[in-house]
Unconditional design. Structure first.
Length: 337
């Protein structure tokens, strides 16, 4: 019998996997139903008012930028000198903004797919990451704890081949499910935007950005699945993976972060795994460094620093690779009885 087919059947037959699939469907259904109930198709008058409000907001931005330039040139009247303006007027320049106000910003109670698709996709990725980690940990943890791996090795006495097949089958199944779930999920909300909301501007730039987030999210799901598998293999139980993550979150993400802030360590967020996860998923993440402006005096100081997706991915891949290799080495040398 084919080992991959056997592992797929074992994976699909697990009650925990079936329960997680039911929860996945329920979560998506509740999100879609809530969105549908809270949205309506905008009327012609609402669209006209929204366009007028967006145009007014853009005019106000132009006026503020021009007043800032006039202040720098000394052309403001005395009574306007008390207005607050940034040191660098380029911060107010509409041309330099990431995005300008658009009509869909002024449509309350209307689901706009172009604006909400990315936050909804982040929610989907978060759920799939949790799904992959729990399924990966329980898949190997239950077999190690119950003796199922020993029985499998009696049939196929090659430890690394058996463990590698389990991991590969798991990753393939999670990837396939993630692709199907994300396609159905985004299609459902696209239909809501068409029928009971407003599509928004769905140009090539929008789809490329959404596709990039989707691709990075799938990589993160696979890494989380492999991490759960590796931790459960090292600890020989599903609870070992869950306990490790809980301990890391409490001891390092909360405790160590607090200590680093107390001692004023420079750029403490770069030492946190959650920071690298966020930087990878969004492409880049900005954090505040209180040490950067300690000696700046009264002048302007930009205390923000950035983590980009490249170094973040390197950290996540290195962590997964180290734990994965350790899991295979331990499995090869361990007495499984």
């Amino acid at each position: 019998m084919n080992l991959v087919r056997a592992e797929l059947e074992r994976l699909g037959a697990r009650r925990f996997v079936q329960l997680m699939l039911v929860l996945l469907v329920l979560a998506f259904g509740v999100t879609a139903a809530t969105t549908l109930a809270g949205s309506h198709r905008p009327t012609v008058q609402e669209l006209s008012d929204a366009r007028a409000n967006a145009a007014e907001a853009r005019r106000h931005m132009d006026e503020m930028y021009q007043r800032c330039v006039d202040r720098v040139n000394g052309n403001l009247p005395p009574e306007a000198e008390e207005e607050y303006f940034p040191v660098d007027c380029n911060e107010l320049d509409p041309v330099r903004q990431e995005r300008l106000p658009v009509a869909t910003d002024f449509l309350p109670g209307v689901f706009v797919f172009a604006q909400q698709a990315r936050p909804l996709l982040y929610f989907l990725v978060a759920f799939l990451v949790l799904f992959g980690f729990l399924v990966g940990a329980s898949y190997i943890g239950a077999d190690l704890n119950s003796g199922g791996v020993v029985n499998l090795l009696l049939w196929r006495p090659q430890r690394l081949a058996v463990l590698g097949t389990k991991l590969g089958t798991l990753l393939g199944a999670v990837l396939g499910l993630s692709l199907l779930a994300s396609a159905a999920y985004l299609a459902a909300f696209w239909l809501i935007g068409q029928a009971a909301g407003f599509p928004g501007r769905l140009d090539g730039e929008f789809w490329r950005g959404l596709g990039a987030v989707h691709g990075r999210g799938l990589v993160l799901v696979l890494l989380a699945t492999a991490l759960g598998f590796a931790l459960a293999t090292l600890g020989r139980h599903t609870s070992a993976a869950l306990g490790t993550v809980a301990a890391y979150a409490v001891v390092w993400e909360l405790g160590a972060r607090l200590v680093l802030e107390i001692v004023d360590a420079p750029r403490p967020d770069r030492f946190m795994l959650s920071s690298h996860v966020g930087a990878w998923l969004t492409g880049r993440a900005e954090f505040w460094d209180g040490q950067a402006c300690g000696d700046s005096g009264a002048g302007f100081c930009d205390g923000f620093y950035t983590l980009t997706w490249g170094p973040a991915l390197a950290v996540l891949l290195a962590l997964t690779a180290v734990l994965g290799v350790a899991a295979f080495v331990a499995f090869r040398r361990r007495d499984l009885i």
